[in-house]
Design a protein around this ligand. Structure first.
Ligand code: ADP
Ligand code: ADP
Ligand code: MG
Length: 642
């Protein structure tokens, strides 16, 4: 076994590899960019080496700097994780030439699987079923179109050098082919520097089922399948193992094909053979086709670990250090069922747009395996994949494991960035998913309902107001202090509500949809008589209510609140430095509490500034287009007679 390895990656996968290395007594060296100086993987490793600027091309893709770091620290081997340099055969050659061990397959095996077209030719030769289609070298548009006609629509155009769903176009009708081809080639040229494409039959009701393989360079075993059909934009969202509805015959056929594929290229280490499966008529041994091989550890490998009891990173280290395959095929078996959900900083309703932010509050539940590269206070930067964590659960049956996933997600708490957490919870409650009726179109078909189901409910809003008013603070016993008025308006950055304290542990919150009665004892909450499973947390970004349909309220700037506390609130101040986008009132105009006075743009977000009370505008002190400082007066209301 190695004494010391370097991990050429960041985030959760770097932390994941360090965990196993430590358990095996192997010392670890992390590498980091300027953006990751204080990152979790740096803190976890025994040593860490700075390798460059925040952009991947200046750091995590700099093979030379990484190899130098390994040599300088006396590391014997390099673990590439996934992404970055993990499937770059030139990097493997350079690692080997430097006298180091690459923890993964040979450069030649990676090259054989690197381009989807060549890989399909090779696999067909090895007797592995491949998706019907054209994967030849003639890239003449007229020729490709003729091939598409021959295959029969719908067809899928794929970049041969593709990955991450880029350079891929579904074409339903012949008339759309030429335009789709042009845009796929353009995207492929930009993203991969290679415009070549292949054409595939588009499989109906497709399921993505992949097989984990592990080789020693000659022989290979498989560790069964994972179903990754829950996808958005061709990217995985929730994965599970085994695949729902899998039959022993089909598992045998897929496992055999995957092992043949790995042995055909002399594969060493962990790899994944991705198959597309026709789910329209149930799972059948003749209904699966090779799509591509990922020659690395896969993001979703933990579900395989959960059902087989194998630590795949341990196997990687053992085989790379010269040990034989740790198990024979007949020693491997499946126990129970496992799920993995990918928790991302992303804006789901905006089309799964990546998001950033400082994680002001972060809490993970016990009872689930959590793979994460961040801690509370860390920042999701725009430089890398916005993954926050992978939440992995297992159980003796699929239903139990799925309920466990739902519970673990409901108990997960993240504030400081928008996330897909509530969307993931809604997915675990989707009837078709619960029934195991999955295909890659499920999320797209039911997107609107899933997004609607992840919206916060009035109970969560009422609790957030209680939190914002400071009543959830355990130091305020019973929620009553002498100086608090019994009835007041609580403002936050884009709204307000009326709060009436009814007595110790009781208040009424009036929201847009009407009044809600909130009662509490310790950290137990009842809204309108129902016990509510939400939790309230205060952090430096405001107040968050967690549980399905989480909610975050940012308070007004302290300067603003001071104005509000007097209830005279004559001045509306800018809560932060920003650009005045619009002023919505003019002098002499009557306004009601909560009316929008102006819109401020700051940190790429728009904030409505609202009237703290009813009144008449005395003076407008800023104009649209003005750049203002925090605390700058924007609108003054006429003084009121007491
Ligand atoms: P998987 O099938 O394991 O999910 P993906 O193809 O989605 O694999 O990629 C795995 C991870 O690697 C993703 O998080 C993605 O952001 C990252 N990744 C993929 N390709 C690249 C690349 N060329 N450079 C950097 N990161 C990449
Ligand atoms: P990438 O390299 O981007 O991961 P893949 O070839 O693995 O590309 O395809 C990504 C996803 O696209 C699959 O998981 C599947 O959802 C869908 N897909 C790929 N090929 C087909 C096909 N022939 N028919 C239907 N869906 C497909
Ligand atoms: Mg793929």
């Amino acid at each position: 076994m190695f004494q010391k390895i370097l991990i050429a990656n960041r985030g959760e996968i770097a932390c994941r590899v360090i965990d196993t290395a430590r358990r095996l007594g192997v010392r670890t060296v992390a590498v980091f960019s300027d953006a990751d100086r204080a990152a979790r993987h740096v803190a976890m490793a025994d040593e860490a080496v700075h390798i460059g600027g925040p952009a991947p091309k200046d750091s995590y893709l700099r093979g030379d700097a990484i190899i130098r770091a390994a040599l300088d620290t006396g590391a014997q081997a390099i673990h590439p994780g996934y992404g970055f340099l993990s499937e770059n055969p030139d990097f493997v050659d350079a690692v080997t030439a430097a006298g180091l061990v690459f923890i993964g397959p040979s450069a030649s095996a990676i090259r054989k699987m690197g381009l989807k077209d060549a890989a399909k030719v090779l696999m067909a030769e090895a007797g592995v079923p491949v998706v019907p289609g054209y994967h030849g070298s003639d890239q003449d548009p007229a020729h490709l179109e003729a091939e598409a006609t021959q295959i029969g629509y719908p067809v899928l155009i794929k970049a041969v050098a593709g990955g991450g769903g880029k350079g891929m176009r579904l074409v339903e009708r012949p008339g759309d082919f030429a335009a789709a081809l042009q845009s796929a080639q353009g995207e492929a040229a930009t993203a991969f520097g290679n415009p070549a494409v292949l054409i595939e039959k588009y499989i109906q009701r497709p399921r993505h089922i992949e097989v984990q393989v592990f080789g020693d360079g000659t022989d290979a075993v498989h560790l069964f399948e994972r179903d990754c059909s829950l996808q958005r934009r061709h990217q995985k969202v929730i994965e599970e193992a085994p695949a729902p509805g899998m039959t022993p015959e089909m598992r045998q056929a897929m496992g055999d094909a995957a092992v043949r594929a790995a042995e055909a290229i002399g594969y060493s280490g962990a790899g994944t053979i991705e198959f597309i499966v026709d789910g329209s008529r149930g799972l059948r041994p003749d209904g699966f086709w090779f799509m591509e091989m990922n020659t690395r550890l896969q993001v979703e490998h933990p579900v395989t670990e959960a059902i087989t009891g194998v630590d795949l990173v341990e196997w990687q280290l053992r085989v790379a250090s010269g040990e034989p395959l740790p198990a024979r095929q007949e020693e491997l078996s499946i126990r129970g069922h496992a799920f993995e959900a990918r928790l991302y900083a992303e804006d789901v309703p905006a089309g799964f747009l990546p998001a950033t932010g400082r994680l002001a509050h972060l809490h993970f539940p016990e009872g689930a395996r959590i793979e994460t590269g961040v801690r509370q206070g860390d920042t999701i930067s725009p430089w890398y994949d916005p993954m926050i964590a992978k939440v992995v659960t297992c159980g003796p049956t699929r239903a139990i494991a799925l309920r466990g996933l739902e519970a673990a997600l409901v108990d997960t708490e993240v504030a400081g960035s928008v996330t897909n957490l509530d969307f993931l919870i809604a997915l675990t409650r989707h009837a078709g998913f619960q029934a195991g009726d999955v295909d890659t179109g499920l999320i797209g078909r039911d997107l609107d309902a899933l997004v609607a189901a992840s919206e916060p409910q009035p109970a969560a809003r009422a609790l957030a107001v209680i939190g914002l008013a400071g009543l959830a603070d355990p130091s305020v016993k019973g929620g009553m202090t002498l100086w608090q008025p019994l009835r007041r308006t609580i403002h936050w950055q884009d709204g307000h509500a009326v709060l009436e304290v009814l007595g110790p542990g009781a208040a009424r919150v009036t929201l847009d949809d009407g009044p809600h009665e909130v009662r509490w004892q310790g950290d137990r909450w009842w809204v309108d008589g129902s016990l509510c499973r939400h939790r309230i947390a205060a952090h430096d970004g405001g107040i968050s209510v967690f549980g399905a349909g989480s909610l975050h309220l940012a308070p007004l700037d302290p300067l603003d609140r001071r104005g509000d506390a007097g209830a005279g609130a004559a001045l509306t101040l800018s809560p932060m430095p920003g650009l005045v986008k619009s002023v919505d009132v003019s002098a002499g105009q009557a306004v009601k509490a909560g009316d929008r006075l102006a819109v401020l743009e700051a940190m790429k977000m728009e904030h409505s500034l609202t009237a703290a009370r009813d009144g008449v505008v005395a003076e407008v002190l800023a104009a649209a287009g003005d750049q203002v400082e925090a605390g700058a007066p924007l609108i003054r209301l006429e003084e009121q007679d007491a």
